[in-house]
Ligand binder design. Structure first.
Ligand SMILES: [Zn+2]
Length: 785
């Protein structure tokens, strides 16, 4: 495999010498769009969903226009679907054959390009994917259905040509039990009650891809707000949780305004809604006009400091343009969806929480990108590049493009790109062409090294003096297979207390730059003063220079870089000074994690930490051995569950005698929403014998059951397993978990069952074998055998 990759690279590099323009891909079969013979113009779905039976049935109507070649067959993806009949506006019954993947429809005579016709498919389905049912078979308070179309799962409940580059207008008419609000894409045309059912009619007047089709319904309520541009935004929440709305959706109005302004193109659809869902498989999904997100992001004022919805909120909203309005023609351009969504959520984090948060995230994105290159060097335009590249590296590449083009040209380019390809599909090449058309700048070199080629540069830099003259020697030391990069660098030299800036277009393996000052006067130097270039630095500085950089530079990325290059144990005094004067939580948090073993300094920092933000205090209590009971006591009421939990653990360690008092204080502060924190509290309370075994088990049993989100259930099952508690109730809950559609929950349930003794497992297996549900048997067999 590696050999083949190397040969490809050799070919590409060779071409680069002989031709001006070239594109290099690793072998990527998925880079090609899917073949299609007809164009689907409109899908109308008229269905009934019966949640108690996990059943969908009804009719799908397609408006179809054949493409250039006459065709007599149409393929629809339809796993899990029983097709009852196919007809058209010209024919009452059309022949079809069905296999596990879908149906092939055979028309009587070939249809000619240009002619439109309607095709009807009557069907029913018990979908195992794509459409999920939560809580209908239990007596749970929360009952939901929701869909997840991306990648190719909507085909499990709706037979259709399921391909992201196929865009059509859509209309969903859905009959559902009365009393459960139902959300789908686009405008709500009508809502009619009929006995104990309600029929909801939603319509999308502009075309979009079918993977973005969505449905969600259940025990919900919603609030609608309007932003300054007149966009109506519906914020859905669980019945009885209206007090969570202000924290969950914090900043939504401003975020939607700021991102729309940046795009330079109005929000492309009629309205926007967001709905939380239980046992959701990802963080969020940007269905056109209606984002679905994981219940774990629903937060109160305390969880807001631990895990909030701010970045996912911005990410999914930005996808309404990048992904939904302009869609990649094949997985080759998937980075345009995720790269821009990440670019915008990163931008918004900087606007909302400040530059500090922006750099904290950038550090994570950079590290993830470099780590990915240790496994393989697929470019961001490779379908299998992985999340670290499609999201993080791609967003940094977009940021570098912004830097290279300049702010105005970058924004004009984005706007033009969105206008030009609105409701159409794009490739990486289309984006490159737009950059050229708007700015006149040929950016092929940029696309070549950042989009079509993988790997990142590693730059070695050393100051030197020869024959009385001062130089900076730059060298690209990344492996040959990564190629040579063109790096427009803005360097900064701190010389005798003043800064000298210098720009260089470094595009060779090695370069020597003559300096106008003496190297011995250089306090320290910065290679990328704009902090944009995705390169690893191997900067040769003396210890004293690193120290100067750490103490005197005012950019948090440079300060952290210096900290990573110093033996910090020698600099207690300096580190304390740095902690005191730095404005950045990012610097303080990194500093705390690097000196956590240094007891003297840790104790010394305590006075300063007391006055710091929740995040810094959390880092301190989590990372360091803290024994100061007075300080820890004040943290027990901090506005963060995580900080409270860590402080409670530490205070009990430090002052075991008074454990009961601390448990009592924190018990009163419990809240029913944050179950993770509650379980940790129970765990601790049980181990210090503050509560009885019975109380511990009965409450933990509850959290392992179907009335809770999978994250809560996973933790409950894990704790119960660790404590070797095997009650009938927990076994039932684990059996239920082991059959879930949610893979993570399935795995926790299975782990728990595997730990049971052989006889119990045998007994359970016998019971399972009597069930008629083959998927259930299959899933449980694996855990019980
Ligand atoms: Zn995304």
């Amino acid at each position: 495999m590696m050999k083949w990759i190397n040969i490809l690279f050799a070919l590409c590099l060779f071409q680069s010498v002989t031709a001006q323009e070239w594109t290099c891909y690793l072998n990527d079969e998925k880079a090609q769009p899917r073949e299609r013979l007809v164009d689907f113009k409109h899908i109308e779905l008229d269905i009934e969903i019966m949640p108690y039976q996990h059943l969908v049935k009804g009719r799908a109507t397609f408006d179809i226009e054949p493409l250039a070649i006459p065709t007599d067959s149409i393929w629809l993806d339809a796993p899990d679907i029983s097709v009852l009949g196919v007809s058209s506006d010209q024919n009452d019954s059309i022949a079809f054959t069905q296999n596990r993947e879908g149906i092939a429809i055979k028309l009587e005579s070939p249809i000619q390009p240009g002619g439109m016709f309607k095709l009807y498919v009557d069907y029913s389905a018990h979908p195992q994917k794509g459409l999920y049912f939560v809580g209908w078979k239990d007596s749970a308070d929360v009952r939901q259905i929701w869909t997840q179309g991306q990648g190719i799962d909507n085909r499990h409940w709706l037979p259709h040509f399921d391909y992201m580059a196929e865009k059509q207008t859509t209309e969903l008419i859905v009959k559902f039990p009365k009393g459960y609000p139902l959300l789908s894409n686009g405008k709500l045309v009508s809502k009619k009650d009929d006995g104990d059912k309600t029929t909801w009619h939603y319509k999308m007047e502009k075309p979009h891809s079918s993977y973005l089709l969505m449905l969600a319904a259940g025990t919900y309520e919603s609030d609608t707000i309007t932003n300054a541009r007149g966009l109506e935004i519906s914020q859905w929440y669980y019945k009885g949780q209206e007090d969570m709305v202000p924290y969950t959706y914090k900043g939504t109005k401003e975020m939607t305004e700021v991102i729309t302004d940046f795009m330079g193109v109005d929000y492309p659809w009629d309205r926007y809604s967001m709905v939380p869902t239980r046992n959701y498989l990802y963080g969020g999904m940007e269905n056109t006009t209606a984002t679905i997100f994981a219940e774990t992001f629903v937060c109160d004022s305390l969880q807001y400091h631990d895990k909030n919805f701010v970045y996912v909120n911005a990410h999914e909203f930005a996808h309404q343009w990048f992904g939904d309005l302009v869609t990649s023609v094949s997985p080759e351009a998937h980075w345009i969806h995720e790269g821009f969504a990440t670019f915008f959520h990163h931008y918004w984090l900087g606007e909302f929480f400040g530059k500090d948060e922006y750099y904290k995230q950038l550090d994570i994105y950079r590290s993830a990108s470099f780590a990915a290159s240790e496994k393989n060097i697929r470019p961001i335009s490779h379908s299998g590049a992985g999340s670290a590249r499609h999201y993080f590296k791609a967003s940094i590449v977009i940021e570098m493009l912004r830097q290279e083009l300049g702010e105005d040209a970058f924004r004009t380019t984005l706007t033009e790109f969105l206008k030009r390809y609105a409701h159409k599909t794009v490739s990486s090449e289309d984006f490159l062409r737009t950059v050229y058309d708007v700015t006149g700048k040929p950016m092929n070199w940029f696309w070549d090294q950042w989009v079509y080629r993988g790997g990142e540069p590693m730059v070695r830099a050393e100051l030197t003096k020869k024959w009385g003259k001062s130089y900076l020697i730059l060298e690209q030391t990344q492996p040959d297979s990564f190629g040579t990069f063109r790096l427009p660098m803005n360097m900064k030299f701190a010389v005798d207390g003043s800064d000298r800036e210098m720009g260089i277009d470094f595009n060779a393996r090695k370069d020597t730059v003559e300096l106008s000052f003496d190297v011995k006067d250089v306090d320290y130097f910065i290679l990328d003063n704009a902090h944009k270039l995705l390169m690893q630095e191997d900067k040769q500085q003396k210890e004293e220079q690193w120290l100067n950089q750490m103490l005197n530079d005012n950019h948090p990325m440079d300060v952290v870089q210096a900290m990573r290059n110093l033996e910090l144990t020698d600099y207690d005094k300096e580190l304390k000074k740095l902690f005191e004067k730095s404005e950045f939580d990012f610097v303080k948090i990194k500093l705390i994690s690097m000196v956590s073993e240094n007891k003297e300094l840790v104790d010394d920092l305590l006075k300063l930490v007391k006055e710091e933000s929740v995040e810094v205090r959390k880092a301190y209590v989590e990372n360091c051995k803290v024994t100061n009971v007075g300080f820890l006591e004040t943290q027990l009421i901090a506005p963060s569950y995580e900080l409270r939990r860590e402080a409670l653990k530490k205070i009990i360690e430090a002052d075991r005698e008074n454990a009961e008092t601390y448990m009592r204080i924190t018990e009163e502060l419990k809240t029913d929403h944050q179950f993770l924190y509650r379980m940790d509290w129970l765990h601790l309370a049980h181990s210090v014998e503050y509560i009885t075994e019975e109380k511990f088990i009965s409450e933990m049993e509850k959290y392992s059951g179907p009335g809770y989100d999978f994250v809560t259930r996973n933790r409950a099952l894990m704790i119960l397993r660790a404590k070797n508690i095997q009650s009938e109730k927990v076994i039932d809950n684990a059996m239920d978990a082991a059959q879930s559609f949610n893979r993570s929950l399935r795995s926790s349930g299975c782990q728990y069952l595997k730990d049971l003794d052989e006889d119990t497992r045998k007994e359970l297996l016998q019971k399972v074998m009597l069930s008629s549900n083959s998927l259930k048997i299959k899933r449980l067999e694996r855990c019980l055998k």
